[in-house]
Design a protein around this ligand. Structure first.
Ligand code: ADP
Ligand code: MG
Ligand code: MG
Length: 894
C-alpha cells in the first residue's frame, strides 16, 4: 500500500519521477517551511497503471480516501461540507513541465449546498458564486469535454447584459444566475446534471488529469520536447486558497530574475481579485510586482523573502505561482524556470559571481541549442522599417513572415515552405501546432507570463505579446493598427528582443555573439554599447573558455575549401576532420574525371590525370596553408557516380535520335557504351569510395600524389602541414592494404623528389558495418579511424536518408518506432554499438589509434555526449557548428 499517494509533507524535490515536477517541488517547499496549502500527490505510478489497464486502480481509490481524511483532519474541514467546506484543486504535473498542456480543475467540492456554506464562512457571497461558476466552467471544459466557448460566451453575455467589461464587476446575483446558466449548458450538452457529490467531482477530475496525459496536443508537445510518452503524469490534490476574495486578494506569477533577458531582480505579473488561470490566460491586464509592493507591502515582503529562499535553495532562477488570500501569502508552485538563451548565459555567470554555483555548474546550465540561437541574425537598426506598434518582448529573435490568424493555416502554409507569423488575440494550448510551425508569434493580449510567452520561450520561438493596439478581425482575417491594415499573407516582422512589430520585411545583421565568435571579444564589445548585449557577450566568452579548458574531446571541422577552413579555424576548430574532394572535380574538371573513369585506353586516362594533378595540388596547398600546424584529414574521392557521369537516359535518347537521322557521332556511341557499363541500379551501394579507387587505375594515386606534393611545397615554404590521407568506404582490410602500399610508394617518390621524408598518416573512414565489425584487422593497416556516421547509419538501418526522411519518418516518430531521426542524433543502441565495437577492437590492435567522427552527428549535442562516453578523440562538424560542439564537449566532461 501507499505507493499511489503521498502527502506533500512526505516527498522532496528528488522524487520527480514519482511525484512529477510540480508535486516534488510542492513537497520541497513544504519541507522548507514555506506557506504551501496542504495536500497530496497521486504518483506517476498510478498514471502508468491507468495507462496500462485504462482503469483507475482499486487501491488508488482507497488511498485517496485515506489521504483526503488526513487532509480533512489536519484542516478541520470536510470536502464539500455545508459548513466551512474544504475545497481542493486537482492539478496535473509531469516530470518535465509541459506548460498549459494538461488539465487542472479548481474549487472541487462546491455544489448547491456548499456554495452557501462558503458564502457564510467567508462572509463574501460574490466570491462564493464566482468560485462555483469557475468550477462548473473548468469542470465542464476539462472533465466533461465541453467547448470552452459555450461558457465563455455565456460569461460575455452576462457582462454585456450588465453593461460591464470585466468579470470582477459582476455581482453575487449576476454570478448566481450565471451558475444556473452554466448548469443548464452542462444539462443540455451532456444530458446529465452537473455532479453534486464532492467525492464524485474529485474522482472524475482525477481521471480527467490522468487522461490528459494521452491527448493529442500533449503527445505533440512531448514529441517536440523529446519527452518519453511512457512517463505518465502525477496528480496533485491541493487545498484551495483564494485570490478571488476581494481587493486584498489576488494571484500572480513571479520569476526570481528576468527569464527573457536575464536581468537581475524579481519580475512578474499580479492580478487583483482573481483566480489562478486568469493571469496566464491573459484575460485582464496585470500589475507588475512593483505595483504589488504598493498595494500590499507586507505580502510583497513575504514573497520577496520566499523568492530569495527558493533561489538560494535551488541555486538557480525559479519561477513561482502564488496567491494572496486577504493579505496572506500562499505558495502554489515553483520550479527551476525556463528561460531564453541570452538569459541562460547571463544568469549562469551571475550565479557564479554570487558564489552560488561553480563554473562547471554554469557550463551545465547552458547548452548548444541555446548557443546556436544566439547566432541568429538580428534586425539591422539602420535598415529601412515601418514600425506598426511596440509591445512586450516575450522571447527574443528576429522573425519575418506572412501573418496568419489560426493554427491550422499556420501549419498548412509552413508545410508549403512559407515563413509564417502566427497572430492571435491570445494563444491557448490548442494553438501549439501553429506555434511550432510559425517562425514567430504575435498576440494582442496577455503578459510576459501568458501562455504564448511561456511556450514560445520554452521552444526558442520569437514572440511579441500584449500588442493591445492590434485590432484583430477574424472574419476578414486581418488586423488594423495605427492606420495600417494587414491581411492574412501580408509580410510582417517582429523583434522578440525589443517588442517591435514592423510592416513588411526588415533587413537583418549578424548577432553580437556571432561577431564575437568570428572576430573576437574586443571587436564584439566595440560593436555595441548596449549594456545587456555586452554582458551577454562576456558571459558567452567566459563559459566557452571554460568549456575549452574542460573538454576532453577535440573539435575539428568538415571543410572542403580553404575559405571554409579559415572560417572553421576562426570559430575554434582544432583541425579539419573531413575535407571532401568531390567538389574539387566539379565544373570544368568534371569532364576530366569522366574521362578518367570511362577511359578504355591508358593513354587517354593518363592525359586526363596529368591535367588534374596541378589543379588538385593547388587546392591542397591552399587548404594546408590555412590549417598550418593542425591536422588536416583529406578524404580520397567518394563520388556518387551517377552525378559525375553523363545521364544514362539522356545519352541513350541522343544516340538513338542521331542514329535515326543517320549522322552518328562515334564518340557518343562509345560514351554510351561506357556509361551503360557503369550504370548502377543502386549507386549508394555501388562502385564508390575505395572500390572506385581500386577499379580505376591511377585515380587515387593522382590524389595521393597531389596531397604529398602539396605537403612538400608547404614544407619547403617553411610551413607546418599535417595532412592525413583518409580512404572512404572500406569494408575489408585488404582494400586498405592495397591503397596504403600505393600511398607509401608515392610518399617515398615525392619525398625523394623534394629531398624530404614524407610520413603521412593513412586511415579509414568507418562507414560500413563490416568495417566496424572487423576493426581489429583494419587497425593493422589504419593509423586512424573516422566514423562516417551518415553512411554508417544508412548502411546499418538499410535505408537511404534521401528516400526515407520525407516518406515515412513522420509516421515512424508518431507511432514511436523512432523518437528522433537517427540521422539527427546517433542511434546509440544500434549504430552506436558498432562504434563501440570498432573503438574497442581498433585500439586493442593499435593502442595509439586516433579516432574521430565526421558525420553530421559530430555537431549534435546528444551525439557528442555519446562520442565522449565511448572515448573518441575528436568530433568533426560543419564550421558554423564548431562553437556549439566546443560547448557541448565541455558539458560532456563536467
Ligand atoms: P499549470 O500547470 O497549468 O500551471 P496549475 O496546476 O499550476 O496548472 O494550476 C493552474 C492555476 O491554478 C495556477 O495559477 C495555480 O496557481 C492555481 N491553483 C492551483 N491550485 C490552487 C489552489 N489550491 N489554490 C489556489 N490556486 C490554485
Ligand atoms: Mg502552474
Ligand atoms: Mg560516406
Amino acid at each position: 500500500m501507499a505507493t499511489y499517494v503521498k502527502d506533500f509533507s512526505e516527498g522532496d524535490r528528488d522524487q520527480k519521477d514519482l511525484l512529477g515536477g510540480k508535486g516534488a517541488n510542492l513537497a520541497e517547499m513544504t519541507r522548507l517551511g514555506l506557506p504551501v496549502p496542504p495536500g497530496f500527490t497521486i504518483t506517476t505510478e498510478a498514471c502508468r497503471a491507468f495507462m496500462r489497464t485504462g482503469e483507475v486502480p482499486a487501491e488508488l481509490r482507497v488511498e485517496v480516501t485515506m489521504a483526503l481524511r488526513r487532509l480533512e483532519d489536519a484542516l478541520g474541514r470536510q470536502l464539500g461540507d455545508f459548513h466551512e467546506p474544504l475545497l481542493v484543486s486537482v492539478r496535473s504535473g509531469a516530470k518535465f513541465s509541459m506548460p498549459g498542456m494538461m488539465e487542472t480543475v479548481l474549487n472541487v467540492g462546491l455544489n448547491d449546498a456548499s456554495v452557501q456554506g462558503l458564502a457564510q464562512f467567508s462572509g463574501d457571497e460574490r466570491f462564493a458564486w464566482d468560485s462555483y461558476r469557475r468550477l462548473i466552467q473548468m469542470f465542464g471544459r476539462t472533465v466533461l469535454g465541453l467547448e470552452g466557448e459555450l461558457f465563455a460566451d455565456a460569461l460575455d453575455k452576462a457582462k454585456a447584459g450588465r453593461g460591464v467589461t470585466s468579470d470582477v464587476e459582476l455581482t453575487a446575483d449576476d454570478l448566481r444566475v450565471l451558475v444556473d446558466t452554466f448548469k443548464e449548458i452542462v444539462r443540455t450538452e451532456t444530458g446529465k446534471e452537473f455532479p453534486q457529490h464532492p467525492r464524485e467531482q474529485l474522482d472524475l477530475a482525477i481521471v480527467a488529469v490522468l487522461q490528459s496525459w494521452g491527448t493529442e496536443r500533449a503527445r505533440l508537445y512531448r514529441r517536440k520536447e523529446r519527452i518519453p510518452d511512457d512517463l505518465g503524469t502525477a496528480v496533485n490534490v491541493c487545498s484551495m486558497v483564494f485570490g478571488n476574495l476581494g481587493p486584498t486578494s489576488g494571484t500572480g506569477v513571479a520569476f526570481t530574475r528576468n527569464p527573457s533577458t536575464g536581468e537581475t531582480g524579481d519580475y512578474g505579473d499580479y492580478l487583483v481579485n482573481a483566480q489562478g488561470e486568469d493571469v496566464v490566460a491573459g484575460i485582464r491586464n496585470t500589475l507588475s510586482l512593483a505595483d504589488l509592493e504598493e498595494v500590499d507591502p507586507v505580502a510583497y515582503g513575504e514573497l520577496r523573502q520566499a523568492m530569495r529562499r527558493l533561489e538560494t535553495h535551488y541555486r538557480d532562477l525559479c519561477d513561482i505561482e502564488f496567491t494572496i488570500e486577504r493579505g496572506k501569502l500562499w505558495m502554489l508552485q515553483t520550479r527551476v524556470g525556463k528561460r531564453t538563451a541570452p538569459a541562460a548565459f547571463r544568469i549562469a555567470c551571475q550565479l557564479v559571481d554570487e558564489h552560488l554555483i561553480t563554473m562547471d555548474e554554469a557550463l551545465s546550465r547552458v547548452n548548444g541549442a541555446q548557443l546556436s540561437q544566439l547566432l541568429f541574425p538580428q534586425f539591422d537598426a539602420d535598415g529601412e522599417r515601418t514600425l506598426l506598434t511596440k509591445a512586450m518582448a516575450a522571447s527574443p529573435g528576429a522573425a519575418v513572415g506572412m501573418a496568419v490568424f489560426d493554427s491550422v493555416t499556420a501549419q498548412e502554409w509552413a508545410e508549403e515552405g512559407k515563413d509564417v507569423i502566427l497572430v492571435r488575440r491570445e494563444t491557448n494550448p490548442d494553438d501549439l501546432g501553429g506555434m511550432i510551425a510559425a517562425v514567430g508569434i504575435l498576440t494582442a493580449r496577455g503578459g510576459k507570463t501568458s501562455h504564448a510567452a511561456v511556450v514560445a520561450r520554452g521552444m526558442g520561438r520569437t514572440a511579441v505579446v500584449g500588442a493591445e493596439a492590434l485590432d484583430i478581425d477574424m472574419v476578414t482575417r486581418s488586423f488594423t493598427v495605427t492606420g495600417h491594415k494587414v491581411h492574412e499573407g501580408d509580410v510582417i516582422a517582429i523583434d522578440g528582443s525589443t517588442g517591435d512589430v514592423f510592416l513588411g520585411s526588415v533587413p537583418v545583421m549578424p548577432s553580437p555573439v556571432s561577431t564575437y565568435l568570428e572576430e573576437g571579444l574586443d571587436v564584439a564589445l566595440a560593436s555595441t554599447d548596449d549594456e545587456e548585449t555586452r554582458d551577454l557577450v562576456m558571459a558567452v566568452d567566459r563559459i566557452l573558455r571554460h568549456a575549452d579548458a574542460t573538454r576532453r574531446l577535440h573539435v575539428h571541422a568538415n571543410a572542403d575549401t580553404a575559405e571554409d577552413a579559415a572560417r572553421a579555424r576562426r570559430l575554434g576548430a582544432e583541425g579539419i576532420g573531413l575535407c571532401r574532394t568531390e567538389h574539387m572535380f566539379l565544373g570544368e574538371r568534371r569532364v576530366l574525371v569522366e574521362r578518367v573513369v570511362l577511359a578504355t585506353q591508358d593513354a587517354t586516362r593518363q592525359e586526363a590525370l596529368d591535367a588534374l594533378l596541378p589543379l588538385q595540388r593547388e587546392d591542397f596547398v591552399d587548404l594546408l596553408r590555412e590549417m598550418d600546424g593542425l591536422p588536416t584529414t583529406i578524404r580520397l574521392l567518394d563520388p556518387p557516380l551517377h552525378e559525375f557521369l553523363p545521364d544514362f537516359t539522356e545519352l541513350s535518347v541522343k544516340v538513338a535520335l542521331a542514329e535515326a537521322s543517320g549522322n552518328v557521332d562515334e564518340a557518343d556511341v562509345q560514351l554510351l557504351a561506357a556509361v551503360t557499363r557503369m550504370h548502377e541500379a543502386n549507386p549508394m551501394l555501388g562502385l564508390r569510395g575505395v572500390r572506385l579507387g581500386l577499379v580505376v587505375p591511377g585515380l587515387f594515386a593522382l590524389q595521393i600524389r597531389a596531397i604529398c606534393e602539396a605537403v612538400a611545397i608547404r614544407r619547403v615554404a617553411g610551413g607546418d602541414p599535417h595532412a592525413e590521407i583518409m580512404v572512404p568506404l572500406v569494408g575489408s582490410v585488404q582494400e586498405l592494404r592495397i591503397i596504403r602500399e600505393e600511398a607509401l610508394g608515392i610518399m617515398a617518390e615525392v619525398g625523394a623528389e623534394h629531398g624530404i621524408t614524407l610520413d603521412l598518416p593513412v586511415g579509414v573512414m568507418i562507414e560500413l558495418p563490416r568495417a566496424a565489425l572487423t576493426a581489429d584487422r583494419i587497425a593493422e593497416e589504419a593509423q586512424f579511424f573516422s566514423f562516417g556516421t551518415n553512411d554508417l547509419t544508412q548502411t546499418t538501418w538499410g535505408f537511404s536518408r534521401d528516400d526515407v526522411e520525407g516518406a515515412f519518418f513522420a509516421q515512424y516518430t508518431a507511432n514511436g518506432v523512432l523518437s528522433v531521426s537517427p540521422f539527427e542524433t546517433i542511434d546509440a543502441k544500434g549504430v552506436g554499438r558498432l562504434v563501440r565495437i570498432a573503438v574497442e577492437e581498433g585500439r586493442a590492435t593499435r593502442p595509439d589509434l586516433t579516432i574521430g567522427v565526421c558525420g553530421e552527428h559530430g555537431g549534435d549535442p546528444e551525439s557528442i555526449r555519446f562520442f565522449d562516453s565511448v572515448g573518441l578523440d575528436y568530433v568533426s562538424c560543419s564550421p558554423f557548428r564548431v562553437p556549439v560542439a566546443r560547448l557541448e564537449a565541455g558539458r560532456a566532461s563536467v
